[in-house]
Design a protein around this ligand. Structure first.
Ligand code: NMX
Ligand code: MLT
Length: 430
């Protein structure tokens, strides 16, 4: 393994010492409390996890290693992976070394294609994606070395080995899934002259005369890279990895969480919603019609996909980055205009509706419109794109957790009876 490994090998001992000292000296300090509402409410706001790859604050959105995501939009996804892991953007030599590492590991073995082609044709692309990742578990360096018996200080190295193999293959696997699922033909070969994102774009096989599509895919892969540790996919991946299940098991599990409509699948739901509006009004509706449509959706007891967030309380900066890209590339496009009008009207309606805590658009509200414009119209595929990118964050978090020897995740649950008894006791004390 190249320079990335060496940089980590140099830093990890100091990192271990720092965390060890922190826990030894301040381990008893309280950083969070849990209310009954939080215990029943998805642990919202409970601070019980540590994640150093990125943070998400309510008023700022995603910050990767101290850098707001809006300042990273020109960076390649490979650079982001290096940043997530080391805390620094790579210099030219380190980037070239990581890209070479990916190239050397990029070949997808034929058994993976056999697995994908054997799945029923109506399998969802996320099922295919997760299954492909899981199928490759047989190649795990971590599992092999663990079964031989190896020192726990070396766990992170075998995890990095697995992460690099997995990430190197994901663009080809994901693009192949697109071609198999849509019946467009055999998977296309990788082009070793291209960077990770551009190669993915080219293997999808869509026309890209201006180069805008490959730029968009690079942006897409950068923007979705990580979202701290508590979102469903990261938390799932972390929990599975904490049992020392290797990266293939853990990332596949994370993808299954990403496949839910309240999480990553919202991007396909969003485009579905926007296309429904276009069909209902035979084009871009007036603001009054759009207001009616959104209100009717709420009255029908359905969510407005792409709006709301468990942590954010402002427009997601990732949405803003996509929106700016759309304004530059396709301001007159019908679908983009509907997304744009929704952005102007929906927050006000959701505020008036009065339930949602965050009425602003999240990352999923606008990306589908742009994919559609570039000819990627099969929107049940969109979450796979999200997954390719999010694998960067999942893998970085896994490597760091193995480096720090983070123990198995095992919070304590309580029964409703226990809570009722505890309230009774508290009431007596009051
Ligand atoms: N449209 C309508 N109602 C909503 C929406 C929405 N977009 N978002 C939340 N609500 C409702 C929610 O159903 C709940 O209603 P009730 O009390 O009847 O159960 C109420 O507002 C309070 O929910 P919040 O506390 O604001 O949201 P929560 O933190 O529980 O959930 C989401 C966050 C993101 C799951 C939620 O906002 C949602 O379902 N949004 C739509 C789906 C979506 O865009 N998901 C993508 C998230 C980003 N990602 O990529 O993962
Ligand atoms: C994400 O990118 O993971 C989503 O915005 C969901 C989240 O952070 O909870």
């Amino acid at each position: 393994m190249g320079k990335l490994h060496d940089v980590l090998a140099q830093r990890i001992p100091r990192l271990r010492d720092e965390i060890h000292a922190l826990v030894k000296d301040h381990g008893a300090a309280v950083i969070s409390e849990v209310t009954i509402a939080q215990a029943f409410g998805g642990m919202r706001g409970v601070k019980g996890l540590v994640c150093d790859t990125s943070v998400v604050e309510a008023e700022t959105g995603l910050i990767v290693r101290g850098i707001p995501i809006s300042d990273l939009t020109q960076q390649l996804p490979e650079e982001i992976f290096y940043l997530l892991l080391t805390g620094e953007l790579p210099d030219a030599e380190s980037l070239a070394s990581l890209q070479e590492e990916f190239r050397q590991r990029a070949h997808v073995p034929s058994y993976v294609w056999n697995v994908l082609k054997a799945l029923p044709p109506d399998s969802h692309p996320m099922t295919m994606f997760s299954a492909a990742i899981l199928a490759m578990e047989r190649e795990s360096a971590f599992r092999k070395r663990y079964s031989e018996g190896f020192h726990k200080d070396e766990y992170w190295e075998a995890t990095l080995d697995d992460a690099l193999t997995l990430l190197a293959r994901l663009p080809a696997i994901a693009a192949g899934i697109y071609r198999i699922h849509t019946g467009k033909g055999e998977p296309l070969p990788s082009n070793s002259k291209l960077d990770w994102g551009a190669d993915y774009a080219s293997m999808l096989g869509l026309p890209d005369p201006t180069g805008d599509f490959r730029n968009f895919i690079r942006l897409y892969l950068t923007l979705h890279c990580d979202h701290e540790g508590g979102n469903v996919s990261a938390f799932t991946c972390h929990t599975v990895g904490s049992a020392l299940s290797d990266a293939f098991y853990a990332v596949s599990a994370g993808m299954n969480g990403l496949a839910g409509p309240l999480h990553g699948l919202a991007n396909q739901e969003c485009l579905h919603f926007v296309l429904g509006i276009r069909e209902a009004y035979n084009g871009v509706p007036t603001d009054a019609q759009l207001r009616d449509y959104v209100w009717q959706t709420l009255k029908d007891g359905r969510v407005i996909p792409g709006y709301g967030h468990a942590v954010l309380r402002v427009t997601d900066p990732r949405f803003t980055a996509f929106h700016e890209f759309g304004r530059r590339v396709c301001p007159a496009d019908e679908i983009f205009r509907i997304v744009d009008r929704l952005f102007h009207l929906t927050p006000g309606i959701l505020k008036e509706h009065g339930k949602i805590k965050d009425p602003w658009p999240n990352v999923d509200a606008g990306s589908g419109a742009l994919l559609y414009l570039f000819g990627l119209t099969e929107f049940d595929y969109y979450t796979v794109l999200f997954g390719v990118s999010r694998a960067l964050g999942m893998c970085a978090q896994l490597v760091l957790n193995r480096a720090l020897g983070t123990p198995i995740t095992r919070p304590k649950s309580v029964s409703t009876k226990w809570i009722l008894r505890t309230i009774g006791t508290l009431a007596c004390i009051a």
